[in-house]
Design a protein around this ligand. Structure first.
Ligand SMILES: [Fe+2]
Length: 202
């Protein structure tokens, strides 16, 4: 297995609401996932070289990959879909149309995009530590919203993340109180780079 290098993200300064200090702290945590993923790769490469697959050390290393690798990749997808110039879903007409198709017909009171927004943000507000994802089923191109516990529990096989929201408290506690999750949710929504999300569609 080959090692990872940390990416740089060009659109993370001057976000709406989310401070540069918050982003700086968050990027340090991301670096931790890179370092721990590379450590796992190093240890497993050593096991492979020595043909040493016995015992709990080997199986725990393999199990840990789900946590570290997903932590690494979800953070990249999260940072990439944040942009201080974001927040306008009309910049991604193909994705908006697909969301409207998947999240029910518009009613007199609420458009189907608003229905999706309400549901996505309800999931994001759930108690717990994890991620809220809008995903696309690569088999039929349908969209659905999912909650992932920690980094690895709740992914659906063959579903690609389209909109990725970090719902760990560290995503807001460098600039908000732990009880101010609702303000962070609002800030996240106002910074979504819908064009980047649209480019993730199949
Ligand atoms: Fe995070």
């Amino acid at each position: 297995m080959l090692s990872y290098q940390a990416k740089t993200f060009s659109t993370l300064k001057n976000l709406k609401g989310i401070t540069d200090l918050e982003i700086d702290e968050h990027l340090k945590l991301y670096t931790g996932y890179i370092n721990n993923s590379n450590k796992l790769i190093e240890l497993l490469n050593d096991k492979i070289a020595k043909n040493d697959f016995e015992g709990p050390q080997f199986s725990e290393l393999v199990r840990r990959i789900g946590f570290e690798f997903n932590g690494l990749r979800l953070h990249e997808l999260y940072f990439e879909n944040l942009n201080g110039q974001g927040g306008d879903e009309n910049k991604a007409p193909k994705l908006k149309k697909l969301i409207e198709k998947n999240f029910g017909p518009a009613s007199a009171e609420t458009s189907s995009f608003e229905s999706f927004k309400d549901y996505f943000l309800k999931v994001a507000a759930m108690r717990g530590t994890g991620w809220t994802l809008l995903c696309q089923n690569c088999d039929n191109e349908n969209l659905s919203v999912h909650w992932v516990n920690d980094h690895e529990n709740g992914h659906v096989a063959g579903f690609e993340p389209i909109v990725v929201m970090d719902c760990w408290e560290h995503a807001w506690t460098a600039y908000l109180k732990p009880t101010e999750r609702a303000k962070y949710i609002e800030d996240f929504w106002n910074n979504i780079d819908w064009k980047v999300c649209e480019e993730r569609l199949a």
